[in-house]
Ligand binder design. Structure first.
Ligand SMILES: [Mn+2]
Length: 498
C-alpha cells in the first residue's frame, strides 16, 4: 500500500493531499463521470470512498463535457448546491469550462478533476496541472506519466480513495476493471506503470489474481459453444456467429459440452489438457484465416480474476466486468453500471440483459464488415454503415482491426449515419494500430486540429474532438461530416504517405 503511494511523483501526491483536504471539509458532494467502463468504475470508486467518509453524494454520468453539456451540469449543481464537485474520467480537456461554469459558483468551495486524458493543447501539457484554491486537477500526464497505459480514470480515483483511507484497498478491483475497460493492459499482454502497482496491491490484499489463460470474453459465464459463437476479439472466421460450426468444433475435438448433471460446461470447468487442445485448434484456425501469426498471440494472455466475487458471474473477471459496464453505458444506462459496482443485485440482472444485447450487436456488426462493409480512402479505412449503432461504432472498428477484418496499415474511422435520433451531431470514432503511432500518427491531434480549423473557418462550433493518440473521436455537425473526413484524410495520408 505504502509502496504504491510512495511510487507516485511528489508533485502528484501534493495534489492528492489537497484533494483529501477538500473532501474532509465537504458536507455535501456531487460527482460527475464519463459513461464508459472506466468512467463508471471511477464514479463508483468516488461514491464509495466519499460514502465511507460519511458524505452524501449525488452523482450523474454524462457522455462528455462540452459547451452544451456543461450548462446541464451547471443546472444540476445549481439544483443541489454542493460545496464539493468531483469530475472523474473527464474534465482536463474542458478545464476552462469546469472552472468558469462550475468551480466559480459561490457555494462551491472546491472542484476536483480526476482525469487521465491528455490536455487539449501543447502549452498546458508542459505546465503543471491547473490548480487554484478552488479547482484541484489531478492528471498523470502532468506528472510525467502516460494516461494511456500507466493509469486510467478509475486508477486516479483509486489514488484519491487510498489517500483518504488505506481501508479503501478493496477498490483496487474497480480501478483494474476501469483500466481494463480502457484497454490499458495491451489486450491481455499485461499492465504496466501505476496500473501494475494497483494490481499487485490488489493481489497482496487478496482481491485480485492474475493467470495466463484464454483471453476470450465469457470464460466464466458462457456455455462452451457460445464462448465461440460470440467470439469477436479476435473474430473467428467460419465459427463466430455460426452455432452449428461451434458445436462441431468441440465434437471434432471430442470435448463434452455438458457435465454429468447435464449442465453446460464453461471454460473454467475444463481440465487443463482439454484447454490445451482447444487453444491449439484455435491458434490453427486463426493462423489459417488471418495469414498473420500476431493475431494468434492474442488468444492467450494475462487474465485478471476478482477472487472475492462469486464464481461463474461476470464480476469474477476484470474483462467481463468491464464489458458489462460498457454495455450499460452504450445502452444509455450508465447508472445501472454504477449500481452494479455499488453492489445492487437488481442492477446486476439489468446489466446482464444489456450485456447480452450488446454482444449480439457486436457480433452482427462484425459480420457486416466481414462481408466487405468498409471502404479504402487515402490515409484511412472508412466504415459508414447506418446499421451499426453509433453507440458501438468505436468498439466495432477496434475489434475489426484487432481481428484483421480491416487491415492495420492505416487507421480506421467509423461514422454512424444512423438517423434515428434527431441530434444535429454525428459521432465519429477513430482507431489506429500502435505501429502507426510510431510512424508519427496521432488521431487525437489530427481530429482536434481539423475541428479547430473548421470552427475557425465557419466562425461557429461545427466539430469537437478529443481522445488519445490511438483512439479518438469527434462530434460533428451533420452538414460538415464529409468535409471533416476529407481534411482528416489529407492530413493522415500525408503523415503515413499512403
Ligand atoms: Mn478513461
Amino acid at each position: 500500500m505504502d509502496t504504491l503511494l510512495e511510487s507516485i511523483p511528489k508533485s502528484m501526491t501534493q495534489m492528492l493531499n489537497k484533494a483529501v483536504q477538500a473532501v474532509r471539509q465537504s458536507r455535501k458532494t456531487m460527482a460527475f463521470s464519463h459513461i464508459d467502463a472506466d468512467g463508471i468504475s471511477a464514479l463508483a470508486i468516488v461514491v464509495m470512498a466519499l460514502n465511507r467518509e460519511k458524505l452524501q453524494v449525488e452523482w450523474r454520468n454524462i457522455h462528455q463535457i462540452n459547451s452544451e453539456t456543461i450548462v446541464e451540469i451547471r443546472d444540476e449543481v445549481e439544483n443541489y448546491q454542493p460545496d464539493l464537485v468531483v469530475f472523474s474520467d473527464f474534465g482536463t480537456g474542458q478545464i476552462e469550462l469546469v472552472r468558469n461554469l462550475v468551480a466559480d459558483l459561490d457555494y462551491v468551495e472546491h472542484a476536483i478533476v480526476l482525469d487521465h486524458h491528455l490536455p487539449q493543447d501543447e502549452e498546458s501539457r508542459q505546465t503543471q496541472s491547473f490548480t487554484s484554491d478552488r479547482l484541484i486537477e489531478i492528471n498523470p500526464s502532468h506528472h510525467g506519466m502516460n494516461g494511456s497505459y500507466d493509469i486510467s480514470g478509475a486508477g486516479v480515483a483509486f489514488l484519491l480513495a487510498l489517500s483518504l483511507s488505506t481501508e479503501n484497498v478493496d477498490l483496487a478491483e474497480l480501478a483494474i476493471v476501469g483500466a481494463t475497460g480502457d484497454l490499458q493492459d495491451y489486450y491481455g499482454k499485461g499492465f504496466s506503470g501505476i496500473n501494475k502497482k494497483i494490481l499487485e496491491l490488489g493481489e497482496d490484499a487478496g482481491y485480485l489474481r492474475v493467470t495466463k489463460d484464454l483471453t476470450f470474453f465469457g470464460v466464466n459465464t458462457r456455455p462452451l459453444p457460445y464462448l465461440l459463437q460470440y467470439a469477436t476479439d479476435p473474430y473467428l472466421p467460419g465459427i463466430t456467429g455460426d452455432e452449428t460450426a461451434c458445436f462441431m468444433f468441440f465434437e471434432e475435438l471430442g470435448i463434452p459440452l455438458k457435465d454429468g448433471n447435464d449442465e453446460w460446461r464453461t471454460w473454467v470447468d475444463l481440465e487443463s489438457d482439454e484447454k490445451q487442445r482447444i487453444i491449439q485448434r484455435l491458434i490453427q484456425v486463426v493462423i489459417d484465416s488471418y495469414n498473420d501469426p500476431i493475431v494468434a498471440t492474442g488468444l492467450v494472455g494475462d487474465v485478471v480474476i476478482l477472487t472475492q466475487r462469486p464464481e461463474k458471474t461476470e464480476m469474477r473477471s476484470a474483462k467481463e466486468f468491464s464489458t458489462l459496464l460498457n454495455a450499460c453505458g452504450r445502452n444509455k444506462q450508465p447508472e445501472v453500471g454504477v449500481k452494479v459496482c455499488l453492489g445492487d443485485s437488481e442492477a446486476v440482472a439489468n446489466g446482464r440483459y444489456l450485456l447480452q444485447q450488446h454482444r449480439q450487436n457486436l457480433a452482427q456488426s462484425l459480420r457486416l464488415l466481414e462481408d466487405g462493409g468498409f471502404v479504402t480512402m487515402p490515409g484511412f479505412y472508412l466504415v459508414n454503415d447506418p446499421e451499426i449503432p453509433d453507440t458501438i461504432i468505436g468498439v466495432v472498428i477496434g475489434m475489426a482491426q484487432s481481428s484483421r477484418i480491416i487491415p492495420i496499415d492505416k487507421p480506421v474511422i467509423g461514422v454512424s449515419s444512423d438517423s434515428s435520433n434527431d441530434s444535429p451531431l454525428v459521432k465519429l470514432s477513430g482507431r489506429a494500430h500502435r505501429s502507426l503511432i510510431k510512424r508519427g500518427l496521432n488521431l487525437k491531434e489530427t481530429f482536434v486540429s481539423v475541428a479547430e480549423n473548421m470552427n475557425k473557418k465557419y466562425g461557429i462550433l461545427v466539430a469537437e474532438a478529443g481522445g488519445h493518440p490511438m483512439a479518438a473521436g469527434a462530434f460533428i455537425h451533420k452538414d460538415h461530416v464529409d468535409e471533416f473526413l476529407k481534411l482528416s484524410s489529407q492530413h493522415m495520408a500525408k503523415v503515413l504517405n499512403n
